[in-house]
Design a protein around this ligand. Sequence first.
Ligand SMILES: NC(=O)c1ccc[n+]([C@@H]2O[C@H](COP(=O)([O-])OP(=O)(O)OC[C@H]3O[C@@H](n4cnc5c(N)ncnc54)[C@H](OP(=O)(O)O)[C@@H]3O)[C@@H](O)[C@H]2O)c1
Length: 253
Amino acid sequence: MPTALITGASAGLGAEFARQLAARGADLILVARTAEALDALAAELREEHGVAVEVLPADISVESEVERVADRLRDGADPVDLLVNNAGFGLPLQFADNDIADEVRHLRVHVEASMRLMHAALQTMRGRGGRIVNVASVAGFISRSTYSACKSWLIGFSRWANAEYSREGVTVTAVCPGFTHTTFHERMGLAPGREGIPAIAWLDARSVVREGLRDAARGKAVSIPSLRYKLVVALTGVLPRSLTAGVARRGRV
Ligand SMILES: NC(=O)c1ccc[n+]([C@@H]2O[C@H](COP(=O)([O-])OP(=O)(O)OC[C@H]3O[C@@H](n4cnc5c(N)ncnc54)[C@H](OP(=O)(O)O)[C@@H]3O)[C@@H](O)[C@H]2O)c1
């Protein structure tokens, strides 16, 4: 029976990864800051699917706390087969207007924590086999402040790591959703329905996770859920950067 560790499992896409993996019989380790939300989800999944669920509350922007999660991934006696680097958040303003401490925390959660956890996971996965999913974004294909830059890093690194470590049985997939209904935009202070995003642009978490897990199982380096966003990403490859950056200024993915 595989074991999966998911960061940001207390809400949104992370909770959906937990639900779909539990439904497939995977044991889980759930990571986020809100212990009560993790406990509630763990109880629900044990009850519904009879899987084992560990709760590991941690603020992964703090080195000592992300290292506790990394220690769990390095535990070869009870190995993890699937790591989902999903925790993340957006900042409400543009770079120069944000508090620099918030920008540093943002970089740590998206890039540093993901890198530390991948490094830890590879210690037990190489040779034995395993899977890593990095939740990036279609924003990683365009230019928009530090969020896009962080997601671009995840996509670029996943491409390299997938080629490098698939030879040792470990696949690495960057899952790149477009706008998805979760608590992400609300946490940035954008009221539901007031984000200024057309209804057609929204995806639901269930289909994003289903497609992401399917592409990860196929060993793809990059997964772009939905035909709509595959087309958007294809266009970003041919349109001038200045044009896509101008359009991106309006939205938050
Ligand atoms: N929703 C979208 O439109 C969209 C589009 C593209 C990509 N994404 C990406 O998808 C991922 C999941 O986001 P979501 O949409 O599901 O957002 P969400 O509903 O706001 O969930 C974010 C999760 O991350 C956790 N988290 C945030 N900071 C953390 C920290 N310092 N330490 C540990 N956990 C932390 C939160 O838990 P706690 O608050 O309990 O810690 C929560 O479980 C993110 O990486 C996001 O960038 C989202």
